[in-house]
Design a protein around this ligand. Structure first.
Ligand SMILES: NC(=O)c1ccc[n+]([C@@H]2O[C@H](COP(=O)([O-])OP(=O)(O)OC[C@H]3O[C@@H](n4cnc5c(N)ncnc54)[C@H](OP(=O)(O)O)[C@@H]3O)[C@@H](O)[C@H]2O)c1
Length: 262
């Protein structure tokens, strides 16, 4: 299937590793020009170098911290310099730390909401006017299955991402007539460094074998395995594509069947 993305300009967050890097590779393979951003310029340049070398992609990089209020403005300015106008924006960065849900703190909420809701909404809103004017745009946010079935220690993540989803559902309706779609991916467990670290931390906390912790996690996934980053990247690329023009305001699980609700 031709995704119709050749020459499109895309901004990809959290692109120095894991899911963001996999999406960047998928979009580069489809012929997109890219601005990759996260906090670490070195790691972004490693990813960019691979995409330039292997795929001949046009890739720029920019360092910004999504927990900081100025992040969206600095990414918008970097995108304007590197790409001119922007057609595709992948909203993604890191996740907040686990916390006892009955012992949350105001500062924890402030940081989580800046990271997961305020920065992505600011960035999307900075790019939306140009997309609407040109009559074409794609915004895809990496959210998480936890907004449908909360994970006990991830309350900062659940609440911050639910706020983003609330904005997305509302904004998708407001922008739909202008050829702009806004969709989310509800990630289950996809094998990245972050998931590896979460499993190791849990094994250490509970004094158990890593293998036993993994077996527990796999027990809740009907597919019987963690997902591969490229499997999630394929769904993201489709949501960014021309053929997906009539899909908006949706939240699509990529979770091997883990979510139990309909
Ligand atoms: N993998 C899963 O199964 C899964 C499931 C549910 C939700 N998620 C969520 O999906 C997102 C991506 O996950 P992942 O597995 O790809 O994690 P990852 O491998 O740890 O990648 C996270 C990316 O975000 C960047 N980042 C972290 N904090 C940032 C900040 N404050 N500002 C800007 N960039 C930041 C990191 O780069 P720098 O260090 O260079 O900043 C990195 O590129 C995370 O929010 C995660 O919580 C993942």
């Amino acid at each position: 299937m031709d995704l119709g993305l050749r020459g499109r300009a895309a901004v990809v967050g959290g692109a120095s590793s894991g899911l963001g890097a996999a999406i960047a590779e998928g979009l580069a393979a489809e012929g997109c020009r890219l601005l990759l951003w996260s906090r670490s310029l070195d790691r972004l340049e490693d990813v960019a170098g691979r995409l330039r070398g292997r795929l001949g992609a046009e890739v720029a990089t920019h360092a910004a911290d999504a927990t900081q209020p100025g992040a969206a403005a600095s990414v918008t300015e970097a995108a304007r310099r590197a790409l001119g106008s922007v057609d595709v924006c992948i909203l993604n960065a890191g996740g907040p730390p686990p916390v006892d849900p009955l012992a949350t703190e105001a500062e924890g909420w402030r940081t989580a909401f800046q990271l997961l809701a305020v920065t992505p909404i600011d960035l999307a809103q900075a790019l939306l006017p140009g997309m609407r004017e040109r009559g074409w745009g794609r915004i895809v946010a990496l959210i998480g299955s936890t907004i449908r079935e909360p994970i006990p220690t991830l309350v900062y993540s659940t609440a911050g991402r639910a706020a983003l989803a609330g904005w997305m559902k509302t904004a998708a309706r407001a922008a739909a007539a202008d050829g702009v779609t806004i969709n989310g991916i509800l990630t289950g467990r996809v094998a990245t460094q972050r998931v590896e670290q979460i499993d190791r931390d849990r094994a250490e906390r509970e004094g158990r074998d890593l293998a036993a912790v993994r077996a527990d996690a796999l027990g809740s996934i009907p597919a019987g395995r963690y997902g591969e980053p490229r499997e999630l990247a394929a769904v993201a690329a489709f949501l960014c594509s021309e053929p997906a023009a009539y899909v908006t305001g949706t939240f699509i699980p990529v979770d091997g069947g883990m979510l139990q609700g309909i």
